[in-house]
Ligand binder design. Structure first.
Ligand code: PMP
Ligand code: GLU
Length: 398
C-alpha cells in the first residue's frame, strides 16, 4: 500500500519547479513553449568562475569539506560581507550550503518549533511557506498591495506580531515582486523588530546584485537587531550559477552552529568543486557581472512597457530581481473556449495552452491577484512572449 507521511501530504510541490517541468514536457512533445516561469539567469557562468572550478578538480577538491564549508570560502564570504554590505560576520558565523534554499531550510529548522508563527509578507517566494510547514510552523501571510510596491510598513508588521510569532522571512530585491527596500525603510522596520525580543528575521538577499536603482541595503546593518537577523545570500542569481548549488548565511554564531548540526546530518557539506568556484565569484569585483545586470534592466524596461499597454493588466516598476508581478485581477471571471478563468492559476494555464507562454500563478506566492513573469530570457523570446500574451489578453477583454 502506498502511504506517504503526514509531512509529505501537507506539502505542496514547488510551483516554480512544477511549471518548469510542464514546460520541459511540452517542449519535448515539439510544442513551441516560451518558458518565463523559472527564475534563473539565461546567461552561462562567467569564464573566470569556470576556470576556478577546473583548477579545483585538478587540485583534487574531491573530498568531503568541513560541514559548514571550506575555511578559505568562509573567509572570502566574510570579506564580501564587509566589502559589499559593511557587515561583520567572522568565518565561524558563516555556513555554506547546497543552495540558498538549503540555507533557508537549515535556519527555519534550527529556530522554528511546532506551532510557531512565521510572518511572510506577500507576495513571497514559493518555498518559504512550505519550508515553514516542514518545521511544523504556521505561515502567516501579511498582505501588501501593488500601490505600495508590495512592501510592508512598520504599522502593518506590528499588527501581525503576537506571542507566538517567531520569525519573519522576506527577500529584497524580492522574488516575485522585484521590490527593493531602501536602507531607511529597513531601519524603520528594525524599530518594530527590536521591540519584540522573541522575533528573528531571515533577510534573503540572493538578488543583491540585480538591483537597477538603488544601493543594496542589508537588514543586519541595523545594529540593534543584528543578533536576531540571519542574512542569506548565494551565487545562483548574481553570478549565473544556479546549477552549482551554492548558497550561504551569515548569522549569530549559535544559529550558525545549529545550521551546521542539521547540515551535518542531511548533506555533510556542499560540493567541494562548487565551493572553489563560489570563492572566485565572491572575491571578484561585482563589476565583472555588470553586463548581466545591464541586460536584465533593458529587458525589464521592455517587458514593463508591454505590460503597461495591455488591457486589464496593472503593473508597478520592479526595481530589482528579474520578475514582473502584474495585478491581473481584472482578467478574472473572463471566459475562453477552454472554460472560465476563476483564478490566477487558470490564467497561467490559459497562457500556457493558448499563448504557449509559461508563467507562474500568484497563488503560489500568496497573492491570488498576481502572476509572475520571469524576464531572464533573451530579448527575442521576450518579444515573442509579449506578443502572444497581449493577443491572449485581448481575446479575453475584447
Ligand atoms: N531565495 C529566493 C528569493 C530565490 O528566488 C531563490 C531561487 N530559487 C532561492 C532563495 C534559492 O536559491 P538557490 O537555492 O539556487 O541558491
Ligand atoms: N528561485 C527560482 C524561482 O523562483 C528557482 C526555482 C526554485 O528554486 O523554486 O523560480
Amino acid at each position: 500500500m502506498e502511504k506517504t507521511s503526514a509531512l509529505i501530504n501537507r506539502l505542496s510541490e514547488s510551483a516554480t519547479l512544477a511549471m518548469a517541468r510542464m514546460t520541459r514536457e511540452l517542449k519535448a512533445k515539439g510544442i513551441d513553449i516560451i518558458g518565463l516561469s523559472l527564475g534563473e539567469p539565461d546567461f552561462d557562468t562567467p569564464e573566470f568562475i569556470k576556470d576556478a572550478a577546473k583548477q579545483a578538480i585538478d587540485d583534487n577538491f574531491s573530498h568531503y569539506t568541513p560541514v559548514n564549508g571550506l575555511q578559505s570560502l568562509r573567509d572570502a564570504i566574510s570579506k564580501k560581507f564587509k566589502r559589499d554590505n559593511d557587515l561583520d560576520y567572522s568565518a565561524d558565523q558563516i555556513v555554506v550550503s547546497t543552495g540558498a534554499k538549503q540555507s533557508i531550510a537549515n535556519v527555519v529548522l534550527s529556530l522554528v518549533s511546532e506551532g510557531d508563527e512565521v510572518l511572510l509578507p506577500a507576495p513571497y517566494w514559493v518555498s518559504y511557506s512550505e519550508i515553514v510547514k516542514v518545521a511544523g510552523g504556521i505561515p502567516v501571510i501579511i498582505e501588501t498591495s501593488i500601490e505600495d510596491d508590495f512592501k510592508i510598513t512598520p504599522a502593518l508588521l506590528e499588527k501581525h506580531i503576537n506571542d507566538r510569532t517567531k520569525m519573519i522571512i522576506y527577500s529584497s530585491p524580492c522574488n516575485p515582486s522585484g521590490s527593493v527596500y531602501t536602507g531607511k525603510e529597513l531601519s524603520d522596520l528594525s524599530e518594530v523588530i527590536e521591540k519584540h525580543e522573541q522575533l528573528f528575521v531571515i533577510s534573503d538577499e540572493i538578488y543583491e546584485l540585480i538591483n537597477y536603482q538603488s544601493v543594496h541595503a542589508s537588514l543586519a546593518h541595523n545594529k540593534s537587531i543584528y543578533d536576531r537577523v540571519i542574512t542569506v545570500n548565494g551565487v545562483s542569481k548574481g553570478f549565473a550559477m544556479t546549477g552549482w548549488r551554492l548558497g550561504y548565511i551569515g548569522a549569530p554564531k549559535w544559529i550558525a552552529d545549529a545550521c551546521n548540526k542539521i547540515q551535518g546530518q542531511f548533506t555533510s557539506a556542499p560540493c567541494a568543486v562548487s565551493q572553489k568556484a563560489a570563492e572566485a565569484a565572491v572575491l571578484a569585483n561585482p563589476d565583472q557581472v555588470r553586463y548581466m545586470i545591464d541586460a536584465f534592466k533593458q529587458r525589464r524596461d521592455y517587458v514593463l512597457g508591454r505590460l503597461e499597454a495591455m488591457p486589464g493588466v496593472k503593473i508597478n516598476t520592479p526595481e530589482g530581481a528579474f520578475y514582473a508581478f502584474p495585478d491581473i485581477s481584472a482578467l478574472l471571471g473572463k471566459t475562453w473556449s477552454g472554460g472560465s478563468i476563476e483564478n490566477s492559476q487558470d490564467l497561467a494555464m490559459y497562457f500556457l495552452e493558448e499563448a504557449h507562454v509559461a508563467v507562474v500563478a500568484g497563488e503560489a506566492f500568496g497573492d491570488p491577484n498576481g502572476l509572475r513573469i520571469s524576464y531572464a530570457a533573451s530579448m527575442e523570446d521576450l518579444e515573442k512572449a509579449m506578443d502572444r500574451i497581449e493577443k491572449a489578453v485581448k481575446a479575453l477583454t475584447d
